[in-house]
Write a protein that binds this ligand. Structure first.
Ligand code: MV4
Length: 450
């Protein structure tokens, strides 16, 4: 078992990993930028190393400085968290070359799942349901026209190097295809240095339902059921829940089996997530596979009583999984609390938190790194806390979320707490009848002058 793990991340996920390390008797090393010198993960870790100035490119993305920090502290493993270098194949490789265990996917696996067209081809080979469309990357526009005709409009053009919606275009009729093809390729080239495109039949008003999986070094995998992540704004998840209000026991079995089949086919090791698009008839289709722990992992932990970070560490240390699958015994909802102003188009609101009161009580979990007096630096993403409520039923979990949001006090900056409080009263959310289109029509009600 590892003696010392370096957490190559910051914020709440660094706190999350440090906590599990402590429970497992593993020493922890925090790395931080000069902007994070006063951040909580620095204080909670056993050791802390400054790896550079505020810009991520000079610190949390600076592979040489992170490896150097691991060397001088004699860490035998690195946990990358999510974002930053968590799905960086080069970094995974460099860790391997330095004989530092990367608690994540191998470089080959990251590359294979990071290239969306190749990931899809792999899933087709594995027998995982995929959206009909092109066989891999489309070589030229003539082929694009032909594939669109065969697929039938509307179609979705997607960047193979993409993900999260970048370089993606919905095309409803033939005359719009050329503009979409050219603008999507330009966007993808600019964002990823690669303009390979593939095409799929457009799934109208889909839900985003993902399955958590864990694979071990013996090539076995299990699933821990689903998370519904359909409430998104500009491809940023805002809130997630499990079980999905759209799920049936049969669909859960089918999607779980498909996700395990995918993981075992590629001999996936570690925690991963297989994302699916689900249409209104409950047909599901492979969308992407994420080779990292995800922001929303706590709701799964809450309903199956399982520590996913602990499992990541055990699997990375060669411990086999039990092999059983896990099904939700409770209902859990996560609200991502961001330092953004929902009354002003969710624009960022960094600054000093002058007063903070965190909610608590039965069934309330908060994963956060902030504290009263903490100054949120403008350099990193805006999430400051994850508020998670868990109860026997969805109604009780929503009710608990409303009560917790009403208790949540953050002064000195704006946050998305008021947005989530209004969301919990929205009839389509409360009924569970929402898709990825939900936020397109959502309007904040102006604050009542209380
Ligand atoms: C789709 C789709 C409809 N049809 N593919 C968005 C980013 C990436 N995860 C893939 N996405 C989509 N792919 C087909 N064939 C609709 C989306 C989509 C979406 C998917 C999940 C969550 C939110 C979304 C928001 C807009 C579009």
């Amino acid at each position: 078992m590892f003696k010392k793990i370096l957490i190559a991340n910051r914020g709440e996920i660094a706190m999350r990993v440090i906590r599990t390390c402590k429970e497992m008797g593993i020493k922890s090393v925090a790395v931080y930028s000069t902007a994070d010198a006063e951040s909580l993960h620095v204080r909670f870790a056993d050791e802390a190393v400054c790896i550079g100035p505020a810009p991520s490119s000079e610190s949390y993305l600076k592979m040489s400085n992170i490896i150097a920090a691991a060397e001088i502290t004699n860490a035998d493993a690195i946990h990358p968290g999510y974002g930053f270098l968590s799905e960086n194949a080069k970094f995974s490789k460099i860790c391997e070359e330095h004989e530092i265990k990367f608690i994540g996917a191998s470089a080959e696996m990251i590359d294979r799942m990071g290239d969306k067209a190749s990931a899809k081809s792999t899933m087709i080979e594995a027998g995982v349901p995929c959206v009909p469309g092109s066989e891999g990357v489309i070589p030229d526009f003539e082929t694009c026209i032909k594939v669109a005709k065969e697929t039938g409009y509307p179609v979705m053009l997607k960047a193979s190097a993409g993900g999260g919606g970048k370089g993606m275009r919905a095309v409803w009729k033939k005359e719009d295809l050329q503009n979409a093809w050219e603008s999507a390729r330009q966007e993808s080239k600019a964002a990823f240095g690669n303009d390979d495109m593939y095409m799929e039949k457009l799934i109208e008003e889909p839900r985003h339902i993902e399955i958590q999986i864990v694979g071990d070094s013996n090539g076995r995998a299990c699933h821990l059921s689903e998370r519904d992540c359909s409430v998104q704004r500009r491809h940023q998840k805002l809130t997630e829940e499990t079980p999905s209000p759209f799920m049936t026991d049969e669909l859960r079995e089918e999607m779980g089996k498909a996700a395990v089949k995918a993981a075992e086919y590629i001999k996936y090791e570690g925690a991963g997530t297989v994302e699916f698009l689900v249409d209104k008839h409950r047909n599901f289709y492979f969308m992407e596979m994420n080779t990292r722990i995800q922001v929303e992992h706590p709701i799964t932990e809450q309903v199956v009583d399982y520590d996913l970070i602990r499992e990541q560490i055990l699997v990375a240390a060669g411990v086999p999984i039990s092999g059983k699958n896990y099904y939700p015994q409770l209902h859990s909802i996560e609200c991502r609390i961001n330092a953004e102003d929902p009354y002003k188009d969710f624009r960022p609101s960094p600054g000093k938190i002058t007063n903070l009161h965190l909610p608590g009580g039965h069934g309330v979990r908060i994963d956060t790194h902030v504290y009263s007096g903490y100054t949120i630096p403008p350099n990193y993403d805006s999430m400051i806390a994850k508020l998670i409520t868990t109860a026997q039923t969805r109604e009780e979990a929503i009710n608990k979320m409303k009560r917790a949001l009403d208790e949540f006090v953050v002064e000195g900056i704006k946050t998305t707490v008021p947005f989530h409080r209004q969301l919990m009263d929205h009839p389509d959310y409360v009924s569970g009848d929402y898709t990825t289109k939900f936020m397109e029509d959502f309007e904040m009600e102006e604050p009542k002058d209380d």
